[in-house]
Design a protein around this ligand. Structure first.
Ligand code: THG
Length: 268
């Protein structure tokens, strides 16, 4: 699994406050801890902590602050192009652009941006009507994303399709619908693009969040998910992910498979 650490997001109180005060210490610590726990990328989002006109500035500051603590690649997370640009300009290692919708114009623009910055691209199966309710529309939009990448010459290894996880507390059919779409999209291209979700979406406003997150992650992995924006500081979530990799024959078994995974991920 490719792990994108979710914690550097202004919607968390500690990060929101750090952005407002321009205090880098919280960001340094959260960056370091997530990398130590196995993050391959760090998602960076200003969230709602600052007014729209200040978001580009806040993003540039966050990217610089985080890079004082780690050289882990970043996933610049914003729906606003100016905020995305501000983050990309500061990024030192090839980042992830998070994210484009599947609208043709937006997709074309963001694929160009990815190619210009040597970045990977996350593309959501959303259009002007938002997140589709049904399986067919999600797979249709995923097909459009794959076609657009192919036409532009973006390698599929740089493409992450996000079928958009929705809260089970709000729409109970949606987590199952997303998994069915994921299952149907296996084999859509060779080599395959990556499939990613914002895992914690599924448990928003629910009880037992960690349990819901780790159960859903394992179900998604069994159906072809190979990347997630998630909390690597949740040890039980990480244990479930490592165990699912083992059971899907993506890791070698030993009695100490949990600690073996963790030491193999440690950066020098
Ligand atoms: N797809 C893509 N990117 C994404 C998402 C996605 N980026 C943002 C988000 N979804 C993934 N990250 C989070 C981060 C936090 C939470 C959920 C998803 C979260 N926050 C708490 C809440 O809403 O209850 C609030 C913070 C707190 O606990 O204090 O759950 O889907 N490509």
């Amino acid at each position: 699994m490719i792990i994108v650490g979710e914690r550097l997001n202004g919607q968390f109180d500690d990060v929101g406050r750090a952005i407002q005060d321009r205090d880098p210490r919280v960001l340094h610590e959260l960056a370091q801890k997530q990398v130590d726990a196995g993050a391959d990328y760090l998602d960076v989002s200003v969230g709602t902590a600052v007014a729209s006109r200040d978001k580009a500035d806040a993003m540039a500051w966050m990217v610089e602050a985080i890079q004082e603590a780690t050289d882990c690649p970043l996933a610049i997370d914003s729906p606003v192009e100016a905020v995305m640009q501000a983050g990309l300009e500061k990024a030192e290692n090839p980042p992830m652009i998070n994210s484009s919708s599947a609208e043709p114009e937006k997709l074309k623009k963001y694929i160009e941006m990815a190619q210009e910055h040597d970045a990977a691209l996350v593309a959501l199966t959303t259009d002007k009507d938002g997140v589709p309710n049904d399986i067919a529309k999600r797979t249709e939009l995923a097909g459009n994303i794959v076609m657009a990448a192919m036409e532009a010459g973006l390698p599929f290894d740089d493409l992450y399709i996000d079928l958009v996880a929705l809260p089970v507390s709000a729409t109970q059919q949606q987590p199952g619908i997303m998994i069915e779409a994921l299952r149907q999209l296996q084999g859509i291209a060779d080599p395959s693009p990556h499939f990613i979700v914002g895992l914690s979406n599924v448990s928003q406003s629910a009880a037992k969040r960690s349990l819901i997150n780790r159960t859903y992650l394992v179900m998604c992995m069994a159906n072809g998910l190979d990347a997630a924006i998630m909390d690597p500081l949740d040890d039980e979530l990480m244990d479930a992910m490592i165990t699912a990799e083992l059971l899907l024959n993506q890791q070698i078994y030993s009695d100490s498979f949990l600690s073996a995974y963790r030491s193999s991920k440690r950066r020098s």
